[in-house]
Design a protein around this ligand. Structure first.
Ligand SMILES: [Zn+2]
Length: 68
């Protein structure tokens, strides 16, 4: 496992990520109704062609959202 976000931090199954263009947050607990992604899907399990439902930024354009 060596899937990492743009800032180099590891992505876990519940890690939320934020679009750096429009600040849309992908939350694995909610999935993505636009792409018909079911709740419980981690960011790393999203299809490679998945893009931000708001601005079409690719997965590379998302940064980990830290809770602290
Ligand atoms: Zn976006």
């Amino acid at each position: 496992m060596d899937q990492r976000a743009g800032d180099g931090a590891p992505i876990g199954p519940t890690t939320r990520l934020e679009c750096k263009v429009c600040w849309h947050v992908y939350d694995p607990a909610e999935g993505d109704p636009v792409w018909q992604i079911p709740p419980g899907t981690s960011f790393t399990d999203l299809p490679d062609h998945w893009t931000c439902p708001n601005c079409s930024t690719t997965k590379d354009g998302f940064l980990i959202l830290h809770d602290d």
